[in-house]
Design a protein around this ligand. Structure first.
Ligand SMILES: [Zn+2]
Length: 283
């Protein structure tokens, strides 16, 4: 009964995970074409939902067109875009680029203060001639190029003017995904073998260092029978070991799955790894 309940609960979780992430993002105040353009632009980046989910926990992300005196502004999930910017493919910033730039600022604030200080230390220069030389603007523009196909942009000037790009852009994106939000996980143990039912086995995995959030360790019988996970808190280590009990039916094609979410009490499992090979369970 306990096991069936575990399967049922996990099936519901899987439905939530795979059934689609709720779009908390809203776009208002522009004309229909501008609003669609901005929404399509942001959601064209495969990991846009991570930013949305983080801000959706308190309030969600809203993009609002307003007649303001500057191109755009981002603050705590709210993005404002100057409605006078226009949407022509001219050599000036348009609403599309401004919205995505501001969206990148929202991503920036998801980092811990410690991480942001590291970036400030790496990028101390301020050049009053180029607004994008300030550390936060540099980061946002690198992220904008890395998140979205640079060839899709009308203004290519950032590619040639920003120091170190496009490497900087690639590093910015990799850091953002790995450092706090979507670490890379690799399972080394168990490997394919045969184990005894109800016995304990070790699960070993490595991860990009993450100091917060949970790992979950599932047993899955291929293709799609899952058993309730064991949770292990992230500690900042790059390797982990835990013990799980093989409280599953006798059978073959078992694997261990490890997932990660950056918060201890909520959020979608974002990073996944599958153990190498498949193992059997004997009586
Ligand atoms: Zn900016």
């Amino acid at each position: 009964m306990k096991r069936l309940l575990g399967i049922l609960i996990f099936s519901l979780m899987l439905l939530f995970i795979l059934g689609g992430i709720a779009q908390g993002i809203t776009v208002q105040g522009g004309d229909a074409q501008e609003e669609a353009w901005v929404m399509d632009g942001i959601t064209s980046w495969p990991d846009w939902w991570i930013v949305d989910e983080e801000w959706n926990h308190p309030n969600g992300i809203s993009v609002v067109f307003e007649d303001i005196d500057y191109g755009g502004l981002a603050g705590y999930g709210t993005i404002k875009i100057d409605s006078d910017l226009g949407d022509s493919p001219a050599n000036s910033i348009n609403v599309y680029e401004a919205a995505i730039h501001e969206f990148c600022h929202e991503a920036w604030w998801l980092f811990s203060g410690d991480w942001r200080q590291v970036w400030f230390d790496l990028n101390p220069s301020e050049n009053p001639l180029f607004w994008y030389f300030s550390p936060t603007e540099h980061w946002a523009e690198c992220m904008r190029m890395a998140m979205f196909d640079p060839s899709g942009f009308r203004n290519n000037w950032t590619q040639t003017v920003l120091p170190g790009t496009p490497d900087d852009a690639a590093n910015v994106l990799a850091d953002w995904l790995a450092v706090t939000l979507k670490p890379t996980i690799t399972i080394s143990q168990p490997v394919g073998s045969v184990y005894q039912q109800n016995h304990n086995i070790y699960v070993n995995w490595t991860s990009t260092a993450v100091t917060d959030g949970d790992f979950a360790i599932w047993i899955r019988q291929y293709p799609n029978t899952w058993y309730a996970p064991k949770l292990v808190q992230a500690t900042g280590a790059t390797s982990y070991q835990t013990i799980i009990q093989l409280n599953v039916p006798v059978g073959i094609n078992y694997q261990v799955i490890v997932g990660y979410r950056p918060h201890r009490d909520w959020g979608t499992w974002r990073s996944w790894a599958t153990s190498p090979g498949m193992f059997g369970v004997n009586r």
